[in-house]
Design a binder for this molecule. Structure first.
Ligand SMILES: [Zn+2]
Ligand SMILES: [Zn+2]
Length: 121
C-alpha cells in the first residue's frame, strides 16, 4: 500500500517537473528571439561605414577624407561652388542623396540617418 502511494506520488512529481522544464524552455526561447528581432529593427550597427554628417559612405566622403579630393577632381566630379564632389553635392541636387540612401538600405535594410542640415543647405 505504502509502495503504491509512493510510486504514484513520485511519477506525478516527475511529470510536474518535466512539464515545468518544457514550458520554461519554450518561453525562454521565444522570448529571446523576439527581443533580438526588435533590436535589429530599430538600431543598425553599420560599423562606421556610413558618414552620418555628410550622408555618404565614409570611404567615399571627400569632406571627411581630403585625400579623396584629388581623385574626384581628376574625374571631373567636383562642385566648385560647394567644395565637394558633384556626385555628393546634395546642395545642387538633393535627389542625389536617394542614390546613397538606396545603397545604405540595400546593405542594412533600413533608411540611413539624414545628413546634417548644414550639408544640405
Ligand atoms: Zn563625411
Ligand atoms: Zn553644389
Amino acid at each position: 500500500m505504502l509502495s503504491t502511494t509512493w510510486t504514484r506520488f513520485a511519477s506525478l512529481t516527475t511529470l510536474a517537473i518535466a512539464a515545468a522544464i518544457l514550458t520554461g524552455c519554450g518561453t525562454a526561447d521565444s522570448g529571446s528571439v523576439q527581443t533580438s528581432d526588435a533590436t535589429a529593427a530599430t538600431t543598425v550597427d553599420d560599423g562606421g561605414w556610413w558618414c552620418v554628417e555628410h550622408g555618404v559612405p565614409e570611404e567615399e566622403c571627400a569632406l571627411c577624407d581630403p585625400s579623396l579630393v584629388a581623385k574626384f577632381k581628376e574625374a571631373g566630379d567636383w562642385c566648385e561652388e560647394h567644395n565637394r564632389p558633384e556626385s555628393q553635392c546634395f546642395l545642387c541636387n538633393p535627389k542625389r542623396f536617394e542614390k546613397f540612401a538606396a545603397r545604405y538600405e540595400a546593405k542594412f535594410g533600413v533608411q540611413p540617418p539624414k545628413p546634417e542640415e548644414s550639408s544640405m543647405r
